[in-house]
Design a protein. Structure first.
Length: 308
């Protein structure tokens, strides 16, 4: 049974939070001198301006060989979402994404059920298989089995949330989540295998690095496999946006960035929505925390109303 997080017909907008992951691929310069205070400011702004969710990444141990590109600062996902649960009221708390093969699924079920209880029912468990082989090695997990481990863990987490006792080992996982029958599970990844897993096991799909040009093909494949395996059960579909700056930026941004008037920005986003995308993971170009908050307000008040 699918658990919908987004109301039918709604085009939601979300943000993966700054500061909590300092990868050189996407972190802005200002984030490197920032910390929890700025993280809290952005989460409160998302809550204030009607963002659907705030996302926190997941890596445990960055290998030396990957440190230059990935950075080494990645906040713990559950601890960070726990902090943000206490300072927000409406915005959903999304793990974007949580690497299930690293963990015992009963621990995952307990952590996120507790987080759902403490946040009064705002958790979305975004999950993935992971991709850094040396990180798996450091944690004593077989990299080649990551897909199988992810699939088994999704099933076990859902069982622990929906049944009083997990059948094969006869143990209970409590407290119970507020969301019933359970919190939503969104499956991450953009390989064909990940798309199949999202269609078969997920309530939603979180693409990882899919460019807008590839979204039609991937969404079509996802929906076809969904119909073949789950019939008419709906699925929430996210899409990462290009860099966005509402208005004319005072500095040089990516040539592929969406800038200018609200309608100029909304037009390509409406094309994503027409494919079936109902959650936009925004990439907002900004040079400071103040500017990011201003961009969040500008998008929410000027662009979002044009997406419906």
């Amino acid at each position: 049974m699918t658990v919908r997080a987004i109301e039918p017909g709604q085009v939601a907008y979300s943000i993966q939070l700054p500061v909590q992951s300092l990868s050189t691929v996407f972190a802005a310069d200002w984030e490197r001198a920032a910390g929890p205070a700025e993280l809290v400011r952005v989460a409160k702004a998302a809550d204030r301006w009607g963002f659907f969710s705030i996302g926190v990444c997941d890596h445990v141990a960055i290998p030396r060989a990957r440190a230059e590109a990935m950075g080494t600062v990645w906040y713990d996902t559950v601890a960070t979402l726990g902090l943000l649960a206490g300072i927000t009221e409406r915005v959903r708390l999304l793990s974007h994404i949580y690497v299930l093969p690293y963990r015992n699924p009963l621990l995952v079920a307990k952590s996120f059920a507790t987080l759902d209880l403490l946040s009064e029912g705002r958790v979305i468990l975004g999950v993935g298989a992971g991709h850094v082989a040396d990180e798996f090695s450091a944690l004593g997990v077989e990299f080649d089995k990551r897909g199988q481990l992810r699939d088994e863990a999704i099933d076990k987490v859902i069982e622990a949330w929906t049944e009083e006792f997990v059948e094969d080992i006869d143990v209970a996982v409590a407290p119970r989540a507020v969301q019933q029958p359970r919190p939503p599970v969104w499956v991450g990844g953009s390989t064909w295998a990940a798309l199949r897993r999202a269609a078969e096991r997920g309530d939603g799909w979180l693409p990882q690095g899919t460019p807008p040009s590839k979204m039609p093909e991937q969404v079509s494949y996802l929906l076809e496999h969904r119909r073949n395996t789950r019939g008419d059960e709906p699925i929430d579909i996210s899409a990462g946006t290009p860099w966005i700056h509402v208005g004319t930026p005072a500095w040089e941004v990516s040539p592929r960035a969406l800038t200018g008037s609200p309608d100029a920005i909304a037009e390509p986003l409406r094309k994503l929505a027409a494919l079936g995308v109902n959650n936009l993971m925004l990439a907002l170009a900004a040079r400071s925390c103040d500017e990011l908050e201003d961009q969040m307000e500008a998008f929410a008040t000027a662009v979002a109303p044009l997406l419906a």
